[in-house]
Design a protein around this ligand. Sequence first.
Ligand code: ADP
Ligand code: MG
Length: 232
Amino acid sequence: MFINVSSLNKSYTSGLVRNEVLKGIGMKLEKGEIGVILGPSGSGKSTLMNIIGGVDRADSGRISVDGVEISNLNDDQLTDYRREDIGFVFQFYNLIPNLTVGENIEVVSNISKAPLNMDEVLTAVGMQDKKRRFPRELSGGEQQRVSIARAVVKNPKLLLCDEPTGALDYQTSRSILQLLQQVNTKYGTTILMITHNGAIAAMANRVFKLRSGEIVEEVVNQMTIPAERIEW
Ligand code: ADP
Ligand code: MG
């Protein structure tokens, strides 16, 4: 099993108040699959994704990714894991504003162990003609394409997308979801994506429904639907 999470607990404490954000989470995803975490705002989706991506640490539980038990890693090892093995895509793109499209991707490519060819990745996301543009000169959908290229160029084991279409209109959202599906097919990248749109889950192999820090339902889709055919 590529991702194997079991009995994961996480709470945050502020003052005297303890907020149990994740309560005994278990989830599995095979290599090359697309998984979706579905749930309302505040249910713990980002916290779970951040722990799997080595951004945050669990209080207890086991989290193994491609055979590595990440809760056993020390801080330096966790940083290496996050940098080398995980690609991140966020709702608001998080591109570096004073660097061009090409430079945004180059920064990641230069510190990656085995990066993919930058021009090939830019072409794959349809941004080969915009290499010298700055983020402010691009639409939201184009910025998200660049942020996907930046995540993919390091050839990550796992691509984590936290509400990648949360800031985009309907048509652009569909094209971004289609692109993620293409990346999954072309590079065999395992993808774990957060959304709170149930319709989008039809493109995933596995869907994990989260409510108040617990997985209340897991759905395995025998047939996944191409993103361009999903309507919501
Ligand atoms: P979701 O992504 O599903 O909207 P989050 O994982 O962001 O949910 O947050 C779940 C809960 O954890 C919320 O109550 C949020 O306020 C709390 N939380 C998240 N991150 C932190 C943090 N760094 N410190 C304290 N509380 C946090
Ligand atoms: Mg969130």
